[in-house]
Structure formats: structure tokens, C-alpha cells
Design a protein around this ligand. Structure first.
Ligand SMILES: O=C(CO)[C@H](O)[C@H](O)COP(=O)(O)O
Ligand SMILES: [Fe+2]
Length: 229
């Protein structure tokens, strides 16, 4: 299997950081080796929690003009926020397919027309068959490894078969895992085939962010390399 063009990317989630210092926290993560920022947007409907929306993302973009911003849209109506998030300077718009199953394709098109990359996210209870027909229309698939809504939850190892299935059938697809990912769970993610790694608590709470990010990267790169030999 030729996975030469598959890249490991580490995207810290700022969900559990000191949000009063959003810019400083985000810049520190980038300075410590993050490849992108994973921004968790929650609307209090799709998940029982509320975070921030496009006005905050727009302010952050003004301070950080060049980094790749992924918004993880845990919202009931993803269509509503496509234009505002594009205007805020979002690079990739990752939305959950569950509330919009009949409209996934037109939404993918709208996200792309708005100038953003397309990510499709699956809750733990959503089987891979629900996303199969849309994979070729997306840039990335996000397999949630916790129930979306809160940081600091326990990693669900039983999500790994979904990642394995995706990697087996789509050797070059960007596959992201999110939820409870850290030094103790990264090997499972890497061996299953994930190459885009979201980690919140494990990075934000670390004394040495740089070494945690480097270590997550090393594990994933080792797995990618193993498949190339
Ligand atoms: O989408 C999320 C929660 O819904 C967060 O991205 C995720 O939980 C990251 O935090 P942690 O690594 O602490 O689990
Ligand atoms: Fe997330």
C-alpha cells in the first residue's frame, strides 16, 4: 500500500484551555508544533453544551492569519453557519452528518463553494455505512472517540474498527480521531490508520506541550511508515 502522500497532522482542541486567553493559548500550541487548530463549536442543541461561534473565530483569525483552522461544528443546523464561518476565515468546515442525513451532498457542495475544505463527522453511535456514499465528496472523515459535547472524556477503543475500515478502503483519505486521545491511546489510533489527531486535555494540560505533540506525531508517523515498507 503506497501511503507516501499521507501526512500526520496534530490538531489540538482548545476546548479545555483558558478561553479568556484564546489567542495566547492558540499561538502557544502552534509554536509548540501543532499543525492546525481544532475549534469546537457547540450550539446547545446538537450537544448539551455551548462554546463559541463565528465572531470569536473571526477575531482569532485576525490575530493568527496563516494557521489552518478546522471548526468542528457540533450544531443542529450546519447550513446556517457555512457563510459566517467562511467569512471568519475558517479553512475546513467539519460538520456532523446525523442531523442532515438527507442533505449531506448539497452541504458538501456549499462548504466547498464557500471556499472551505469539507469534513464529515460521525458520532460514536453512527455506523460507517451512513457516510460511505459521501466519502468521495469529503476531504476528511472524523470518527468521534467520545460522545461529542465535552472535553476530558474516556477514549472509546471500540471506535477503532471504523477507522480501520476507512483506512483499508481509502488508503490516502485524511481520517481524524477526536476525543480522549493522548499518549495512552495514540497507538490504537495510529495502528487503526488515523492520520489527523485531535487532542485536547492531553496537550492543554501537559507541562511540556512540545514533547506531547512530538510524541503523538512520532507514533502516527511510525505507523504510516510501517505501511510503506
Ligand atoms: O469535540 C470534542 C468534544 O466534543 C473535543 O474536540 C474533544 O473532546 C477534545 O478534547 P479531549 O481530548 O479532552 O477529549
Ligand atoms: Fe472536536
Amino acid at each position: 500500500m503506497d501511503r507516501n502522500s499521507l501526512k500526520c497532522k496534530i490538531g489540538p482542541s482548545i476546548l479545555n484551555s483558558d478561553l479568556s486567553q484564546l489567542y495566547a493559548e492558540s499561538q502557544r500550541l502552534l509554536d509548540n508544533g501543532a499543525d492546525y487548530l481544532h475549534l469546537d463549536v457547540m450550539d446547545g442543541h446538537f450537544v448539551p453544551n455551548l462554546t463559541f461561534g463565528h465572531p470569536v473565530v473571526k477575531c482569532l483569525r485576525k490575530k493568527i492569519p496563516h494557521a489552518f483552522f478546522e471548526t468542528h461544528m457540533m450544531v443542529q443546523n450546519p447550513e446556517q453557519w457555512i457563510e459566517p464561518m467562511a467569512d471568519a476565515g475558517v479553512s475546513q468546515y467539519t460538520f456532523h452528518i446525523e442531523p442532515v442525513l438527507k442533505d449531506v451532498l448539497p452541504l458538501c457542495r456549499k462548504v466547498r463553494e464557500a471556499g472551505m475544505k469539507v469534513g464529515l463527522a460521525l458520532k460514536p453511535g453512527t455506523g460507517i455505512e451512513a457516510v460511505r456514499q459521501f466519502i468521495n465528496h469529503a476531504d476528511m472523515i472524523l470518527i468521534m472517540t467520545v460522545e461529542p459535547g465535552f472535553g476530558g472524556q474516556k477514549f472509546m477503543n471500540d471506535m477503532m474498527p471504523k477507522v480501520q475500515w476507512l483506512r483499508h478502503n481509502y488508503p490516502l483519505l485524511d481520517i481524524e480521531v477526536d476525543g480522549g486521545v493522548g499518549l495512552n491511546t495514540i497507538t490504537a489510533c495510529a495502528e487503526a490508520g488515523a492520520n489527523m489527531i485531535v487532542a485536547g486535555t492531553a496537550i492543554i494540560g501537559a507541562c511540556d506541550q512540545k514533547s506531547v505533540i512530538a510524541s503523538l506525531r512520532e507514533t502516527v508517523e511510525r505507523s504510516i511508515h510501517k505501511c510503506n515498507v
